[in-house]
Design a protein around this ligand. Structure first.
Ligand SMILES: *Cc1c(COP(=O)(O)O)cnc(C)c1O
Length: 387
């Protein structure tokens, strides 16, 4: 049986194997492993790609978010509004700088922050909003920026899953005050290890971040404040420069696969396909369905049944994310949050991310489509027999 993995990174590497080998060997031979022109070149290329004047590379997407908050001097006593339906890093960094994450529920259709509810969460302690362009789909940045501006709030875009995605013709990461990117291997632009970057058009913020990520040094061996050590390796920068050239092509392939999935899954009763809110273009870091899971019907949700049946057919799926952040042990002690964010809680029971990577072949796509249709039919029939 041919299996379909949720993601496969070796196929992409094979396409650029020669280019990468040459570039990596050049770095190794140069003896310059930290910083230098390779890293600067990548920062410039990425700035050009996103459409900003400043790019500051760093060790990871988590560090990027952390450094952005530190640069804005957000800390104890401050509140930062974000979504409970994201990877833990988004909220964790808010806590790490000593500020308080304030969650706002999401929209089931897009999995993104419900902007209608943002305004009600703003207090006189609110300093910033961290929207997440989840699964590669941009948030309505026009509305969010309008709200932020009217309340004098800073917007830090979590672009970790959305490198190359656009809102109204503008790349995410160029719309808010700071954009934070991850080059974790499975992201749309993935390194062969950890990496991250911040984007901004604000020169003063960029200068502050460059100092923060380098031990708070304002000049060599002269530290003015507590910083961190967060760097993008030269080897990773060399690899990312190569991959950046192919990013649009790879993102288009993801879009083609998403169209195909849409076409076949939009008519299955009980299954909801992800919505794209115009004028957004998604780069489909994940293709995530919602599987109707009425909580009363069975002990094992229909989503989990479908997932295990697909697994038996060799089709790998993922659940991003099974526990919303406000229900994580880390945040539960802050109060009784039960049912506080009903949409995020419901969606966490329903989401199923299908295999999605640019190299997913038409045969594999067919296997996913046929497999899912068959399994779903079986589950639905079995269910109606039982009821
Ligand atoms: C991956 C991810 C991060 C963290 O990036 P790392 O490079 O793994 O530190 C932050 N936010 C979101 C939404 C992510 O998907």
């Amino acid at each position: 049986m041919n299996t379909v993995p949720p993601v496969n990174l070796t196929l992409q590497y094979q396409q650029i194997h020669d280019e990468v080998s040459t570039a990596v060997q050049a770095v190794l031979a140069s003896g310059r492993y930290i910083g230098g022109t390779i890293v600067e070149q990548f920062e410039q290329q990425f700035a050009g790609y996103i459409g900003v004047s400043e790019v500051i590379s760093c060790n990871s997407g988590t560090d990027a978010l952390f450094l952005a908050l530190r640069a804005l001097e957000i800390g104890p006593g401050d509140e930062v509004i974000t979504t409970p339906f994201t990877f833990i890093a988004t909220a964790e960094v808010i806590s790490a700088v000593g500020a308080t994450p304030v969650f706002v529920d999401i929209e089931a259709e897009t999995f993104n922050l419900n902007i209608e509810q943002v305004e009600a969460a703003i207090t006189d302690k609110t300093r910033a909003i961290i929207p997440v362009h989840l699964f590669g789909l941009p948030l309505n940045m026009t509305r969010l920026m309008a709200i932020a501006q009217s309340h004098h709030l800073i917007v830090i875009e979590d672009c970790a899953q959305a490198t190359g995605a656009e809102w109204n013709g503008q790349k995410v990461g160029s719309i808010g005050h700071i954009g934070c990117f991850s080059f974790f291997p499975t992201k749309n632009l993935g390194a062969c290890g950890d990496g991250g970057a911040m984007t901004t058009n604000d020169r003063a913020i960029a200068t502050k971040i460059r100092q923060l990520k380098d031990h708070g040094q304002t000049s060599k061996y002269c530290s003015e404040f507590v910083g961190v050590n967060s760097r993008l390796d030269s080897l990773q920068a060399a690899i990312l420069s190569i991959k950046l050239k192919y990013l649009d092509h790879w993102n288009q392939k993801r879009q083609t696969i998403a169209q195909r999935y849409h076409q076949f899954f939009s008519h299955l009763p009980g299954i909801t396909i992800p919505q794209v809110n115009s004028p957004a273009t998604s780069v489909w870091n994940q293709y995530t369905l919602r599987i109707d899971s009425p909580s009363t019907s069975t002990t094992i949700s229909l989503r989990d049944q479908l997932r295990s049946q697909l697994q038996q057919q060799g089709i790998g799926t993922m659940v991003y994310y099974p526990i919303p952040l406000h229900l994580q042990p880390l945040y539960r002690p802050q109060g009784d949050h039960a049912e506080q964010f009903p949409v995020a809680e419901q969606v966490a029971q329903e989401v199923l991310s299908l295999p999605m990577f640019p190299e997913l072949s038409p045969q594999q796509q067919d296997q996913v489509i046929d497999g899912l249709k068959n399994c779903w039919e079986k589950i639905k029939n079995f269910k109606s027999d039982c009821l």
